[in-house]
Design a protein around this ligand. Sequence first.
Ligand code: ADP
Length: 323
Amino acid sequence: MGKLKTIGVLTSGGDAPGMNAAVRAVVRAGIYYGLKVMGIRKGYEGLLKGDIEEMTARSVGDLIHRGGTALQTARSPEFNTEAGVNKAIAIAGVFGIDALVVIGGDGSYRGALDLGKKGLPVICIPGTIDNDITCTEYTIGFDTAMNTVQDAIDKIRDTAYSHERCSVLEVMGRKAGYIALNVAISGGAEAVVLPEKDFNIDIDIIKPIIEGRNRGKKHYLVVIAEGVGGAVEIAEYIEKKTEIKTRATILGHIQRGGSPTVYDRVMASRMGAHAVKLLRDGHVNRAVSFINGQITDYDLAEALSMKKTIDEEMIELNKILAL
Ligand code: ADP
């Protein structure tokens, strides 16, 4: 890379609370280190359209507390082609963008890798509520989404208790069960069903509910991860088998919105600043990660080939505490 003067920043794929805080950190750290920062609206789609504007320290003011992404986001099928990637690089050149910071999920990372391989240096920041990016223990938005789900669980619990009902709650997470497992523990669920684990409805759901009833429980919570799905059918089955009134709630997009928690704002700020420091120090095509309590980074191609597993001890813990 020649002398770094101008960086671009975009948010891509599904939005996540804290993306604004990450953009703010990239812009302000960039300006602090003497760089010009261009904001690209609507992810790779905006890059292809040249929907790009210089950002200032003030243009990211009043943003740190807002959910969603002020730069907006999009999914761009055109970018997903070789011609699209070439065009994106040409447009970055027109705007003088020497390097790009991409905040998004793993689809966005794959797009960034294509850009990096073709000569536009990139740094990726993990932004998704699902926590499903394999090279990092944490993704921006995860904490806020879990707290939103927890708030819903507490409300559902009030009514479930009053009516001695069972609640089946389907939570987001795409193919990963990180949100589901954590809120099962924080919400005191009788059972949780994760895409990472095979399950037997009679053993893993019906049995703990019946045992719970025999021990005097007044309400029951079953958490289903989006990657498993079928909350309505599972609720019908529970009611048929146990004769406990059972209701399914599919939380949906409420989980993606809302003001980011302190944790998400701090992580977004740290990761955004780290991304800019990497570029300033001449490191390119890196994925910003959080490992063992530290912000670190990996080669982007290597990051995309890493594996991440769900914590078996947490699964066991949920069973123990459902007693
Ligand atoms: P996320 O980043 O949240 O995983 P998507 O999977 O929708 O969201 O990806 C966002 C954008 O990244 C897509 O619209 C597309 O332009 C680009 N992208 C996704 N997958 C790939 C891929 N395999 N190769 C190149 N670009 C991709």
